[in-house]
Design a protein around this ligand. Sequence first.
Ligand SMILES: NC(=O)c1ccc[n+]([C@@H]2O[C@H](COP(=O)([O-])OP(=O)(O)OC[C@H]3O[C@@H](n4cnc5c(N)ncnc54)[C@H](OP(=O)(O)O)[C@@H]3O)[C@@H](O)[C@H]2O)c1
Length: 253
Amino acid sequence: MIDAKRLLILGGTGEAAALAHRLGRLPGLDIVTSLAGRTRAPAAVPGEMRSGGFGGVEGLESYLAERHMDFVVDATHPFAARITANAATACAKAGIPRLVLTRPPWQPHKSDRWVRVADDRAAAQTLAELGRRVFLSIGRQDLTPFAGLRGIWFLVRTIDEPAAPLPLENYEVILGRGPFAAEAEAALMREHGIAVLLSKNSGGQATYGKIEAARRLGLPVVMIDRPALPDGSVVQSVDEAAVWVEARCAPPP
Ligand SMILES: NC(=O)c1ccc[n+]([C@@H]2O[C@H](COP(=O)([O-])OP(=O)(O)OC[C@H]3O[C@@H](n4cnc5c(N)ncnc54)[C@H](OP(=O)(O)O)[C@@H]3O)[C@@H](O)[C@H]2O)c1
């Protein structure tokens, strides 16, 4: 009997969960989905689930060896740059095939007013020129780059209540978990007199409503571009990732 192949999915996205569901019944494949451990009650997926950091490149390398992983699909969020870099290095050192599954970035429409910036710092510099009431919906990341901005009011949306006061001069927090419809996003922006939207170019449908709403309201969007990916194979759909895995599980002819 041939030993089952072992796949590590680096998760935390809908695509990672969809891949585990898609491959869950593939004979001869054992799947482990890894989460960072930020979400309180993550939805169960087929296969084993683990949670929490590995301890940098060395920790991940040890994990891959100890758990006899045959390949890795990095399906983390496009802005989760550290784990993606760590996975690239650890897999290269261990000689383990690795695939990045990342959803396509959003593209501007003709009537969109995007100001594209490379990172948070550039976004902070650009914001002040565009408006004084900002809708900030950029996830759980560090807000320090925006801390020095004076005379700007932020509407900050987070999934969980922030554990500590945010380092912003003037703000209000609202809680919400996507998907968000464009109509509701437009109503929210109108209600709060939003003048500019700050967004990461996450791609996908779940958080696209705010982009559509800004277009409808004619508002500028400061759009933070994605960090560059390390070298290696990249696909943009769950189907393509599944084909990549299936090809590695097929018995030799
Ligand atoms: N960044 C976003 O906007 C965003 C949005 C939605 C979902 N997420 C998801 O949330 C997680 C954390 O995002 P982040 O931006 O904080 O990541 P990050 O900055 O790239 O990673 C920070 C550290 O968290 C640990 N980590 C991250 N993803 C992990 C995973 N899937 N399994 C085990 N450990 C993981 C690693 O710790 P060690 O070095 O100790 O291994 C990593 O060095 C990711 O899994 C990502 O898919 C992120």
